[in-house]
Design a protein around this ligand. Structure first.
Ligand SMILES: Cc1cc2nc3c(=O)[nH]c(=O)nc-3n(C[C@H](O)[C@H](O)[C@H](O)COP(=O)(O)OP(=O)(O)OC[C@H]3O[C@@H](n4cnc5c(N)ncnc54)[C@H](O)[C@@H]3O)c2cc1C
Length: 481
C-alpha cells in the first residue's frame, strides 16, 4: 500500500527532534507533528522583553550528558554558548541558606547537614564511588539499589540525609515523593552528574538544542496527533481530522500521552506504558526590576527548601546568576518551584492564585520580592518528569528487549532517566530500532552517534536480543545433547 511518509514522529521535544534529525540524515522522509506552536517541549524558552525564561529544563552538566555533548558537537554549537554556571546550590535550614549542596566543599561546610549527617553523606558518597560501574543511569533497573524507594534508601543513613538532601533534591528537581519514587535512577544520576562545579546552561536559553535539532527537519507545529493505529505494514495517524500514513511511527510524548494516543499497542508495551507515571511540575517566573536573590554569604544559583521546613515551595532558582545574558542589564529573574506536596491544590488553581500564594511565601527567602516584581509567568507541566516507580523499574528490562515494530517510542520515560540526556538516549535507541525495521541492520551504522571512545554506545535492540536468545538456546541445546 502506498504511504505518505517513511517516518512520522509525534512530538517535537528533544527526543522527537533527535529521532527526526538522525533519520532525515540517513535519507528517510520524515515529518514531525507537534501540538504546541513551538518546538522544545519541556526544554523550551520564552523570549520576552529582553528576558530569556526557561519554562522547563534549567541546566546540563559536563558529566553524565555524553550524548548531549555529542549532539552539540555534531550540530556545531560552540562551547561559548554553553557556559558554566558559576554559583552553587544551597539548602534552607533553621532560618538561613547553607551553601555547598552537591559540592566537594559541602562535606566541610555542612550544606545544612549536622556533623553525623555529614559523616553519613561521606559514607553514601564512598558507596556510590565503589559501585560506580554498577550505577549506569541508562540501566537503572540493574543497580545495587534494586527496587528500593528513595525513602528506603534514606533509612540506611542519618535522618538528615533524607530530610535535608534526598527529599529536597528529588522534590525540587524531579517533583518526586521519596515514598513513591525509586532510588536507583536518582542515585545513578548523582553518581554520573557529580558536583555542581560542572553544571552549565545554554547562554541563549534551554531551547538552543531543540532549535538546532529542528533546523533540517520538517516540523508541523500546531498539529496535535489525535490517534495512532498500527496496521499491517504501516501505521495510521489522525492529525487535525485528516489521516496520515507512514511506514513507521515514533511516539515521542510522555508515556501517559502515548498510552492515550496509541490505540492498539501490544500487551507488554501497554503494561510498561501504564506503569510509567509522571510527576507534575510547576514554576512561577518573577521578572524583576533589580537583581534580587536570597541573602547569604555566598550568592546561590539555587536555594532548595526542604519539605521539613516548607510545604509550598521546593526551591528558588536565581536565573540572572545562571547567566547574565538571561536578563536586561540591571534587572533580575527568579523562578519559584512549587513543592510536590502542594501540587494537588495548585495544579488546577488559576494563575493569579498560584502567583499570589507562591510569591507571598517566597518573601520569606527573598525579602522585597513582590515590590521588585514587574511581571509573572506560570509554567505548568502535568507530565513533568518520569517518576520511575519500583513498578516501572521492574518492567523496564522487558520493555527494552521488545521486538522492533511499526510503532516505536522515545522520551525520558523509555530510559527512566529524568533528564534531557535520558530523552536523547531513548531517541538513539529508537533510531536504531526504526532503521532496522525500515531497511534492515545494514543501515544502522548511519544513524548511530559514536561515543567519545569511538565505540557505539547503545542498548541491545529487541531483534538483537531475540537473536541472542535463540543462539543461546541453540548452544544450550547442543550442550545438553
Ligand atoms: C520543570 C522541569 C525542569 C527540568 N529540569 C531539567 C534540567 O535541569 N536538566 C535536564 O536535563 N532535564 C530537565 N528536565 C527534564 C527534561 O526537560 C526532559 O527530560 C526532556 O525535555 C524530555 O524531552 P522529551 O522529548 O522526551 O519530551 P517533551 O519535551 O515532553 O516533548 C514531547 C512533545 O510532544 C508534544 N505533544 C504532546 N502531545 C502531543 C500530541 N497529541 N500531538 C503532537 N505533539 C504532542 C509536546 O507539546 C512536546 O513538545 C526538566 C523538566 C521539567 C518539567
Amino acid at each position: 500500500m502506498p504511504v505518505d511518509l517513511d517516518v512520522a514522529v509525534v512530538g517535537a521535544g528533544v527526543a522527537g527532534l533527535a529521532v527526526a534529525n538522525s533519520l532525515r540524515r540517513a535519507g528517510h522522509e520524515v515529518r514531525v507533528f507537534e501540538s504546541a506552536d513551538h518546538v522544545g517541549g519541556r526544554m523550551a524558552t520564552v523570549h520576552h522583553d529582553g528576558y530569556h525564561i526557561d519554562t522547563g529544563a534549567e541546566q546540563i552538566s559536563d558529566h553524565g550528558y555524553e550524548l548531549t555533548w555529542q549532539w552539540l558537537r555534531r550540530l556545531g554549537v560552540p562551547p561559548a554558548e554553553i557556559p558554566l554556571i558559576r554559583h552553587g546550590v544551597g539548602m534552607w535550614r533553621d532560618g538561613r541558606a547553607h551553601p555547598g549542596v552537591a559540592h566537594p566543599l559541602g562535606l566541610v561546610t555542612g550544606a545544612g547537614l549536622s556533623l553525623r549527617g555529614r559523616l553519613d553523606l561521606a559514607r553514601f558518597m564512598a558507596y556510590l564511588a565503589r559501585h560506580r560501574r554498577d550505577c549506569d543511569p541508562n540501566q537503572p533497573q540493574d543497580t545495587p539499589f534494586g527496587l528500593a524507594t528513595v525513602a528506603q534508601l534514606a533509612e540506611r543513613y542519618h535522618p538528615d540525609l533524607g530530610e535535608f538532601l534526598f527529599q529536597p533534591v528529588v522534590g525540587g528537581f524531579f517533583g518526586w515523593h521519596p515514598q513513591r519514587s525509586a532510588a536507583a535512577p536518582f542515585a545513578s544520576l548523582l553518581a554520573a552528574v557529580g558536583s555542581t562545579t560542572s553544571w552549565r546552561t545554554y547562554r541563549d536559553g534551554m531551547d538552543t538544542l531543540a532549535r538546532r535539532l529542528a533546523e533540517p527537519v520538517e516540523v508541523r507545529t500546531g498539529h496535535p496527533v489525535e490517534e495512532i493505529v498500527s496496521a499491517r505494514g504501516h501505521a495510521r495517524l489522525v492529525v487535525g481530522g485528516a489521516t496520515v500514513t507512514a511506514r513507521s511511527v515514533v511516539v515521542c510524548v510522555p508515556a501517559p500521552v502515548a498510552a492515550r494516543l496509541y490505540r492498539n499497542p501490544p500487551e507488554d508495551e501497554q503494561r510498561y506504558l501504564a506503569a510509567c507515571g509522571y510527576t507534575p511540575m510547576m514554576k512561577v517566573s518573577c521578572l524583576l526590576d533589580r537583581p534580587l536573590a536570597p541573602p547569604g554569604n555566598r550568592p546561590l544559583y539555587i536555594l532548595l527548601t526542604p519539605a521539613r521546613e516548607e510545604r509550598l515551595l521546593s526551591g528558588i532558582i536565581v536565573d540572572h546568576l545562571k547567566h547574565p545574558a538571561r536578563v536586561p542589564r540591571g534587572r533580575g529573574l527568579l523562578t519559584l518551584l512549587a513543592s510536590p506536596f502542594a501540587m494537588p491544590e495548585l495544579l488546577e488553581a488559576p494563575d493569579d492564585e498560584v502567583i499570589r500564594r507562591l510569591t507571598e511565601r517566597a518573601e520569606r527567602y527573598v525579602p522585597g520580592l513582590r515590590a521588585a516584581t514587574t511581571a509573572n509567568l506560570v509554567h505548568r507541566f502535568r507530565n513533568g518528569l518520569p517518576e520511575a516507580t519500583p513498578a516501572a523499574l521492574a518492567l523496564r528490562a522487558g520493555f527494552a528487549r521488545r521486538r522492533t515494530a511499526i510503532v516505536d517510542y522515545a522520551g525520558d520515560w523509555v530510559t527512566l532517566r529524568p533528564s534531557s540526556e535520558g530523552a536523547l538516549r531513548a531517541a538513539a535507541l529508537a533510531v536504531e530500532r526504526v532503521s532496522t525495521q525500515l531497511t534492515g541492520p545494514a543501515r544502522m551504522a548511519t544513524t548511530e552517534l559514536p561515543t567519545d571512545h569511538g565505540e557505539t554506545d547503545r542498548e541491545e535492540t529487541g531483534g538483537e536480543a531475540a537473536n541472542r536468545d535463540a543462539q543461546r538456546r541453540e548452544a544450550d541445546h547442543r550442550e545438553s545433547v
